[in-house]
Design a protein around this ligand. Structure first.
Ligand SMILES: *[C@@H]1O[C@H](CO)[C@@H](O)[C@H](O)[C@H]1NC(C)=O
Ligand SMILES: *[C@@H]1O[C@H](CO)[C@@H](O)[C@H](O)[C@H]1NC(C)=O
Ligand SMILES: *[C@@H]1O[C@H](CO)[C@@H](O)[C@H](O)[C@H]1NC(C)=O
Ligand SMILES: *[C@@H]1O[C@H](CO)[C@@H](O)[C@H](O)[C@H]1NC(C)=O
Length: 343
């Protein structure tokens, strides 16, 4: 079982060691709970972070330009951490913990002081084409202490709880029609058990959450007008749980673009931040204009600033220009009474 020591003084980051030790002793063979991390907000109660996805290409396809702007915006916004929505290393993940791609696509790219923060990463389908377990290894954290990647986990940030969900094993095609790709399914088989346990864990963790905001992060899309479009498996299996638990945002990558899509049937907002490197696919699908607030086909990233009562979202392009801004206020007494502001 991994254990973590306290990070730099600004990022208080620790592992519930006792709880994990008990779980590994007491719950072997039954449903394992998701690992939890604490990441307290700033002293004034606010929290600020960036979201980037689909990035690891040794700086190519504007990855370095996106990284530069993330550094500038990250410094200005005094971010607490960065979230990666997966597809961390192209084309086929890492070959092992000693793969130089880790340095060439991560450490040596996101060098700005503003990005010297904790990174919370999930795996994408391309990561599963390599040694998926390498990305989960504590060895990478010794090479670059910012790195943390797990399949599924929770970050408690007081005002908001983040639920990171491993979405790749949900996609049937990777199992039934893998084309010429091989996937590293170690640790996720038998698949049916893995998925049903994961859904149970996410549901019960969401039910237990008393945070004002709930944000779910996964690699694959639920709502997307991009190349891949919706991931039907997630619509069928994960979305009902997200709706039943009144989550606020679902944040993903996979489609190499930036999107904001609202939902006429629920209060969930869907954000795609998959513009970390290669983009400009050019095959946008129709989406109801009532729901589609932003579709940007190119590179960029997203920032979120939150307090107990409000969330401010912005999307940026490779020049740091704001493409779309959106704010949401929550009255403190009612989860359903909200005010929307468009800018
Ligand atoms: C890099 O970004 C610029 C500005 O959006 C764009 O014109 C160019 O095509 C991008 N390059 C690549 C390789 O995507
Ligand atoms: C990555 O870079 C660090 C420091 O720059 C170095 O110690 C390490 O050996 C490098 N690792 C790989 C796999 O290239
Ligand atoms: C799969 O690999 C074979 C042999 O290398 C190649 O001929 C074929 O075009 C590949 N198919 C795809 C879909 O990439
Ligand atoms: C939201 O809550 C406020 C304060 O309780 C109330 O005045 C307002 O009418 C509510 N709005 C809606 C749409 O329910």
């Amino acid at each position: 079982m991994a254990s973590f020591s306290t990070r730099d003084s600004k990022t208080i980051f620790f592992f519930f060691g006792l709880r994990a030790a008990c779980l590994s002793l007491c719950l072997v063979g039954s449903v394992a709970e998701l690992q939890r991390f604490e990441h307290p907000p700033k002293a004034d109660g606010s929290l600020s972070f960036l979201v980037v996805g689909d990035w690891g290409r040794r700086g190519l396809y504007n990855q370095s330009q996106v990284a530069l702007q993330m550094g500038l915006i990250g410094e200005k916004a005094e971010i607490d951490f960065v979230i990666s929505t997966g597809d961390n290393f192209y084309e086929d993940g890492l070959t092992g913990v000693d793969d130089p791609a880790f340095n060439e696509s991560f450490s040596n790219i996101y060098t700005a002081p503003g990005l010297n923060k904790q990174w919370y990463n999930v795996l994408g389908n391309h990561d599963y084409r390599g040694d998926a377990e390498a990305q989960l290894s504590p060895v990478l954290r010794t090479i670059d202490k910012r790195w943390l990647c797990l399949r599924s986990f929770i970050v408690n940030a007081e005002i908001v709880d983040f639920f990171f969900v491993d979405t790749t094993p949900f996609v049937d095609d990777y199992f039934t029609n893998p084309k010429n790709h091989t996937y590293d399914w170690r640790g996720v088989t038998p698949r049916e058990d893995y998925l049903s346990n994961l859904l149970k864990d996410v549901d019960s963790a969401l039910k237990d959450s008393s945070a004002k905001w709930k944000i779910v992060v996964g690699h694959h899309t639920i709502k997307s007008a991009g190349h891949h479009g919706v991931t039907q498996e997630l619509v069928t299996q994960l979305l009902p749980i997200l709706k039943a638990n009144n989550i606020d945002f679902y944040v993903n990558g996979h489609d190499h673009c930036l999107e904001h899509i609202s939902d006429t049937h629920s209060e969930i907002n869907f954000f795609t931040s998959g513009g970390g490197s290669k983009a400009w696919r050019g095959d946008i699908k129709w989406w109801s204009p009532e729901e589609l607030k932003l579709y940007y086909d190119g590179q960029g990233f997203m920032s979120i600033q939150m307090t107990k009562a409000s969330a401010d979202i912005a999307f940026y392009d490779v020049f740091g220009n704001v493409l779309h801004k959106w704010s949401l206020s929550k009255h403190l007494r009612s989860a359903t009474n909200r005010t929307f502001t468009y800018a």
